[in-house]
Design a protein around this ligand. Structure first.
Ligand SMILES: [Cu+2]
Length: 107
């Protein structure tokens, strides 16, 4: 029984550690940002992954960040050090919109 418990811990621990450290990610698919709104904590980096067949951009409405052209299968990372709501769009397809909400988790 003790061996079984140790085996379970060994199997479970790597999975839970991976879940905690999973980087926030926005995928671009079918001319849309998924999820459209993503919550992150201050200082986290978001990976924008282009899973679409077209090139896209990740461009802040206020111009504070811009991925420039992000080709199919390209990945662009951006850090969000300060709390706030960051609206962005795709310059090539202005109907594509997304929002990153940066907010500290409650203690
Ligand atoms: Cu686009």
């Amino acid at each position: 029984m003790k061996c079984f418990a140790i085996l379970c811990l060994a199997l479970l621990f790597p999975a839970s550690a991976a879940a905690r450290t999973a980087a926030p990610e926005v995928r671009i698919l079918d001319d849309a940002f998924v999820p459209r709104t993503l919550m992150v904590q201050p200082g986290e980096s978001v990976a924008f992954v282009n899973d679409d067949d077209d090139a896209h951009t990740v461009t802040a409405n206020d111009g504070s960040f811009d991925s420039k052209g992000l080709d199919s299968h390209g990945v662009w990372r951006h850090a969000f050090p300060k709390s706030g709501t960051y609206a962005y769009f795709c310059q090539l397809h202005p109907f594509m919109k997304g929002t990153i909400v940066v907010k500290a988790a409650r203690p």
